[in-house]
Design a protein around this ligand. Structure first.
Ligand code: SF4
Length: 386
């Protein structure tokens, strides 16, 4: 019998960083004591996972963190070799590694290239050194440029640059300068996020102290809104198409790995805290080293949460993830996946937002308008199960 081969995305979590940034609440540690042991166990998790790899073709791999480029490239090579041994990687797979400026050199980048990595994502955040310092980033803009140019020299032609708006003491002008400097470099992809002040971070504490003194260094709502619009305008002038709320790409360079999340393609995450979605079941890995090692020692998969999504949950997820994409969702795909018409389930939500020009609903497509994208959280809440 011929098996149906499905697409799989793989995420690898490397939880180490040279220093913690002020705003960071990602699962990462500024301590490398565990790195040797962690990589051994990570490889063990990959090799021993219960996935029937004969059912899947891996189309995307994303090595994220933390800062994957902060550890020796030999570790990354070992991880890639384990993946190739355990899974079938498509010849055209998109394989990304997140790099922080100043943590890569020519040897490292060439090692990545040699092992099949073909996409680099640089966490620049700002081209202003004062802003970088305030964020607690370890690099300067000049160090970023050096890393970026080295990646080009090593033959990487698919490079993402992350930028951030809404930073402390940031004016629209300053933000525009960062955007323009980045666009002049002509990377294939730009992710533009606004700063979120997460609970319990050093940034939150700092802001609380300033607030007590009556100082609010964050841009006000009006300025933030301007920054949001400036992002769309400038990036489109430089030939970047917005394809998701915060992501812009040159034609054909949309991040396939992230697209697969928004399209709910099966993915398996390996490493501390990594999440997986397989056949509408969601798994989350434990978040501390000891539990991770213990469970793998016992021959178990290191999951701490496991949830089988109901059809209602899966439909809702399909909608609120799909509507993040500017092209939205296809009603025919909705029917194919869930055996029920979109109009029957969400026709009323469409009507509500169509009337106020927030959403476009045609024969086969549902997507948000620019105005709808601006308030996407509100609209998406209407797609959540009751
Ligand atoms: S580099 Fe990224 S993961 Fe590491 S501390 Fe900074 S924001 Fe967090």
């Amino acid at each position: 019998m011929i098996k149906d081969i499905k697409t799989l995305g793989i995420y690898i979590h490397i939880p180490f960083c040279i220093a913690k940034c002020e705003y960071c609440d990602f699962l990462s540690f500024a301590d490398f004591k565990q790195q040797d042991k962690y990589i051994d166990y990570l490889i063990r998790e990959i090799i021993n996972c219960s996935i029937d790899s004969s059912l899947y073709l891996v189309e995307t791999v994303f090595i994220g963190g933390g800062t994957p480029s902060s550890i020796d490239s030999a570790y990354i090579v070992r991880i890639m070799e384990a993946l190739k041994k355990r899974f079938t990687l498509s010849e055209t797979a998109e394989i990304t590694i997140e790099c922080n400026p100043g943590t890569v050199d020519k040897d490292k980048l060439c090692d990545y290239k040699a092992v099949g990595i073909n996409r680099i994502s640089f966490g620049l955040q700002s081209a202003d050194n004062d802003e970088l310092k305030m964020l607690g980033r370890i690099h300067t803009y000049e160090e970023f440029l050096k890393s970026y140019n080295t990646a080009l020299e090593c033959g990487f032609d698919n490079i993402n640059i992350d930028v951030m708006s809404g930073l402390m003491y940031q004016s629209v002008d300053k933000y525009e300068k960062t955007l323009k400097k980045v666009c002049e470099l002509a990377p294939s992809h730009i992710s533009a996020y606004s700063l979120i002040v997460e609970e319990g971070t050093p940034l939150e504490k700092k802001l609380d102290i300033l607030e007590e003194k009556g100082i609010c260094p964050l841009p006000d709502e009006n300025t933030e809104r301007k920054m949001y619009h400036v992002t769309k305008d400038i990036l489109s002038k430089y030939g970047y198409r917005r394809y998701e709320i915060s992501n812009y790409a040159k034609e054909g360079f949309e991040c396939r790995h992230n697209m697969s999340y928004w399209e709910r393609v099966d993915y398996r995450g390996f490493g501390l805290g990594a999440a997986s979605l397989i056949d509408d079941s969601r798994y989350t890995n434990v978040r501390d080293f000891d539990s991770y090692y213990d469970m793998l020692d016992k021959g178990e998969e290191p999951f701490c949460e496991y949830e089988i999504l109901t059809k209602k949950d899966a439909m809702s997820e399909f909608m609120f993830l799909g509507l993040r994409k500017c092209d939205g969702i296809k009603k025919s795909e909705f029917f194919q996946k869930f055996g029920v018409e979109y109009d029957e389930v969400y026709g009323n939500v469409s009507e509500k937002y169509k009337k106020i020009n927030m959403l476009i609903d045609t024969k086969d497509t549902v997507c948000l308008t620019d105005e709808g994208m601006d308030v996407s959280n509100v609209i998406m809440a209407d797609y959540l199960p009751d």
